[in-house]
Design a protein around this ligand. Structure first.
Ligand code: FAD
Length: 446
């Protein structure tokens, strides 16, 4: 009997538990991607992730075809479209890999609807190292602090990655949207030239990126805080599930040079932050719109999106490291982690703007923007998040540049000397104002 495998943020064939289970069942398999922008709890994608999705789906469809399968594209609310496709194809089972944000409610409801209709439903662990409910404190509550979370998580037996299928049985012929009709790519204007020059979405590229990092970049990972030196660049591939964390974990325990091996624990702990953010989102589905620590509801952040915010967005603040980061973001859809912290601190502390203004900008412009790590990290910088940097830690962009970009290589790459305007804000004075604002907040948690 026919099965449907419903792909979401897991656009891969290797280590895909739902696909693997469908193939084990035997019979025809319909490979489905549904562009669902209607269901409650779905956060519509930003511009950069829409660009990535288009190309990732193109690559995924091509890889499926090479193995005899066909990716069916549909658009609409899952609760309408999936039962419709089940009826069209006479499907007996729908399988998917789990998701952990507010959209999991959609999955839970759909499960009931399908089961009531006599359709088998199965969901699988696939996109995190550990399921959020598997790692809890002794009291059974989610961890609020990263270090004990990670200590507990990394001790758990990790899932063995599943092999990539060599062949995919063709499913029944059903209508499929043409990807171009979804309008995921920017046209007027086409601002994606820098993204095209920087990235190659898709599983094959994700696996090459992992391999190159294991063989070359990992040995330099102790210098990960220096923006002129690259990190793994795996984040957008992980964001769209083109590579699974279990596969990365396995590669990190495989053949490596001694220099690379030394950096494995640090690299894996960064991957652990990804899981930590998802576990926070699992417990707090409104992480993007609400302070994790309610005491910060009192904080006098401004919502003014006027000229200072525009200068920040366009990399015209006159603060070299901030401008370099914001220009890197506009040009490439990414920004080095250390610089993300600096530009975020500048917005929420030196400009005293609400962290949600920055979170929304990153959501629109980052190719790796995800529901957990983006708000989780913004709240971390703002001080309102789980295990957050204390509010009084205000990154000084000049000292950060001296320490992590001592020769100015990174700043020069993005901001030519003749393009630096005068700073729009005095760093020392605005730092003092931020600390004063913090002192007025009632019920300070730090
Ligand atoms: P590497 O250093 O090679 O790390 C490997 C992987 O670990 C990353 O691909 C990522 O999956 C994970 N990781 C590393 N650091 C973090 C972290 N702090 N939080 C969560 N996961 C982490 N990361 C996103 O994936 N999506 C986001 O939307 C996002 N928004 C951010 C917003 C702000 C304000 C800040 C300060 C950080 C944000 N990050 C986000 C985290 C981090 O900056 C990126 O994951 C990292 O820069 C990606 O580059 P990389 O893959 O080369 O990282």
């Amino acid at each position: 009997m026919t099965s449907i495998v419903w792909f979401r943020d897991d656009l891969r064939l290797a280590d895909h538990p739902a696909l693997h289970a469908a193939l084990e069942r035997g019979g025809p398999v319909v490979l489905l991607y549904l562009l669902d922008e209607q269901s409650p709890g779905i956060r519509p994608l930003g511009g950069a992730t829409r660009w990535w999705l288009h190309h990732s789906l193109t690559a995924h469809a091509r890889e499926a075809e090479r193995r005899g399968g066909r990716l069916v594209l549909r658009r609409g609310a899952a609760e309408v479209e999936i039962p419709r496709l089940v009826a069209e194809t006479g499907t007996g089972a729908v399988l998917w890999n789990r998701r952990y944000g507010a959209s999991r409610e959609v999955d839970a409801r759909l499960k009931i609807v399908l089961r009531d209709a006599g359709v088998e439903v199965a969901s699988f662990a696939a996109n995190l190292l550990v399921e959020p409910w598997e790692v809890t404190t002794d009291a059974g509550t989610p961890y609020q602090v990263f270090t004990p979370f990670w200590r507990a998580a990394r001790e758990r037996p990790m899932r063995e990655p599943l092999p990539e299928p060599r062949e995919l049985p063709a499913g029944p012929t059903v209508a499929s949207d043409a990807l171009d009709t979804w309008g995921l790519l920017p046209t007027r204007p086409d601002w994606a030239a820098g993204l095209r020059a920087t990235w190659e979405p898709g599983e094959a590229s994700a696996l090459r990126t992992l391999e190159r990092f294991a063989e070359e970049g990992l040995a330099e990972y102790h210098r990960r805080d220096e923006p002129a030196i690259g990190t793994s660049s795996l984040s957008p591939h992980l964001r769209f599930g083109e590579v699974s964390p279990a596969l990365i974990w396995q590669r990190m325990h495989g053949d490596l040079s001694p220099g690379a091996r030394r950096n494995v624990p640090k690299f894996l702990s960064e991957l652990g932050w990804r899981d930590f953010n998802w576990s926070i989102l699992f417990a707090h589905p409104d992480l993007a719109t609400r302070n994790y620590r309610a005491a910060y509801d009192e904080f006098p952040w401004s919502w003014d999106r006027g000229p200072e915010v525009e200068a920040w967005q366009q990399g015209r603040t006159g603060v070299p490291l901030v401008d370099a980061g914001m220009r890197e973001l506009m040009a490439t859809g990414t920004m080095h982690n250390r610089v993300r912290m600096v530009v975020a601190s500048f917005l929420v502390k030196n400009l005293l703007r609400h962290w949600r203004i920055g979170e929304e900008w990153f959501w629109d412009t980052l190719v790796d923007a995800d529901e957990a790590s983006n708000p989780g990290n913004w709240q971390w910088v703002a001080g309102s998040g789980a295990d957050a940097a204390p509010y009084f830690r205000v990154f000084n962009p000049e000292l950060q540049a001296k320490k992590f970009d001592p020769d100015g290589d990174y700043v020069r790459r993005w901001v030519p000397d003749d393009e630096l305007p005068a700073p729009i804000v005095d760093l020392a004075e605005s730092r003092r104002e931020a600390l004063d604002a913090y002192a007025t907040m009632r019920g300070r948690p730090d």
